[in-house]
Each structure stands twice: as structure tokens, then as C-alpha cells.
Design a protein around this ligand. Structure first.
Ligand code: SAM
Length: 215
């Protein structure tokens, strides 16, 4: 439960230098929600060496594992992986405590928990209420990347994101033409869950959305 967690009162209260000592005065720009074992962070770190990337993971041991993994890579690689880190957090409750308005250019929801039963749909990480928070932390032009092997969840995420006035669908070809191919590739294949789906011969559904600019 959340009571044992200490959350920053506001983004200004977070000392990102603890997470990214090589980047004083900077805040994260990419956030991986429910990062699991950190595969996306590790793959993107060397591809975007000047972009700070944060994973959020609610499970204690899993977030600790990711932290240890990053620390080991920092030591072993002599200067790389300084731009990735992780916090243990319930992203469904405390995202605006970490990220200032329009501070993010990418939000990732990779193979989120499906919560199959309809009485559990409110537990899904994409919901109308939460979309307002995601639109708040994303800057105009920023991208929400979702992928899942559960068709029903894919349809659910597409329906809600499409219906939300601050997001518009953006297809894979467009993202690749904008130079975001390495991100799309990582979304498909970098994470532990994505690799498991591959091993089991499962299908993957990608859906991406752009945070639109409204005056
Ligand atoms: N994204 C990873 C991947 O693709 O391998 C992990 C996918 S796993 C099915 C879903 C992850 O989301 C789990 O690690 C779970 O602990 C985490 N999670 C679920 N609800 C969360 C929440 N409210 N805040 C942060 N993480 C959450």
C-alpha cells in the first residue's frame, strides 16, 4: 500500500540531482510508467544520452532491482547510463507530484496490467481521469506510447485516448519519419514483458498519441 511511501509534495521538491548527478539542474523528459525490470530504460539510455529518462514502478523489489541494475551499468560502462533512473511510486496517484506541467516529451505504457474483469477497469492505468494528468505533464507535441498483447486492453486505450480532446492518434510511420524509430523499436522489443510475448508467439498492438497544442 501507499502509506509507507514518501512522496514529494510537488515537482519542485524533488532533487533530481540524487538520481542524475551528471546532469545538475535537469529534470526527466521521458517517463516509463510501470517500468517493470527496466528494459526500456536500459535500451534507450545510450540512444538518447542527453535525455533524462525515469522509470516509475510500484513494486519494491522490482524497483530496487532496476536501481541496482542501473548502478552496476553506470560503474561498468564508465560514464554511460547516467541519464536513466527509477523511483518506486504509484504512478496512478502521484504523477503530478513528480512532473511539472508540460515537462515531459514522452510517456510510455508498455504492456500494462490488463485488469480483465469489467469491475476492475477503473484500475486500468489509462482512464479518462488519468488522461487529464497525462495531458498536464506532457508538453504539446509530446507522445504517449502504448503497447499490449491484450486486444481488449488495446481497444480500451485507443477508445479513451482518441476520445480525449488533448490527444490525437499518430501512426508508426509518422513517428519513424520524425526520427522516433529507435523509440518505437524499443517499445516493441526492449522490455521483459515484450520479450515474453515474443517467446510465446503472441501478437503486439501498438497505439501512439500526440499531445495537441491548444491555445
Ligand atoms: N512495462 C514493463 C514491461 O513491459 O516489461 C512491465 C509490464 S508489467 C505487466 C506491469 C508493471 O506495472 C508491473 O511491474 C507493475 O508492478 C507496474 N504497475 C502497476 N500499477 C502501477 C502503478 N500504479 N504505478 C507504478 N507501477 C505500476
Amino acid at each position: 500500500s501507499d502509506h509507507a511511501l514518501h512522496y514529494p509534495a510537488a515537482p519542485a521538491a524533488v532533487d533530481w540531482a540524487d538520481h542524475f548527478p551528471a546532469f545538475p539542474g535537469r529534470a526527466p523528459e521521458f517517463a516509463d510508467i510501470g517500468c517493470g525490470f527496466g528494459g526500456l530504460l536500459i535500451q534507450l539510455a545510450p540512444v538518447f544520452p542527453d535525455t533524462l529518462i525515469l522509470g516509475l514502478e510500484i513494486r519494491v523489489q522490482v524497483s530496487q532491482y532496476v536501481q541496482d541494475r542501473i548502478s552496476a551499468l553506470r560503474v561498468a560502462s564508465d560514464g554511460s547510463y547516467q541519464n536513466v533512473s527509477v523511483v518506486r511510486a504509484n504512478a496512478m496517484k502521484f504523477l503530478p507530484n513528480y512532473f511539472a506541467k508540460h515537462s515531459l516529451s514522452a510517456l510510455f505504457f508498455l504492456f500494462p496490467d490488463p485488469h480483465f474483469k469489467s469491475r476492475k477497469h477503473k484500475a486500468r492505468i489509462i482512464s479518462p481521469t488519468l488522461l487529464a494528468e497525462y495531458a498536464y505533464v506532457l508538453r504539446p507535441g509530446g507522445i504517449v506510447y502504448t503497447i499490449t498483447d491484450v486486444k481488449d486492453l488495446h481497444d480500451w486505450m485507443c477508445t479513451h485516448l482518441t476520445a480525449f480532446p488533448l490527444f490525437e492518434p499518430v501512426d508508426e510511420e509518422t513517428l519513424r519519419a520524425e526520427g522516433k524509430g529507435p523509440i518505437v523499436d524499443a517499445v516493441y522489443t526492449s522490455t521483459e514483458e515484450g520479450k515474453k510475448v515474443e517467446r510465446n508467439g503472441g501478437q503486439k498492438w501498438l497505439a501512439c498519441f500526440r499531445r495537441i497544442d491548444v491555445q
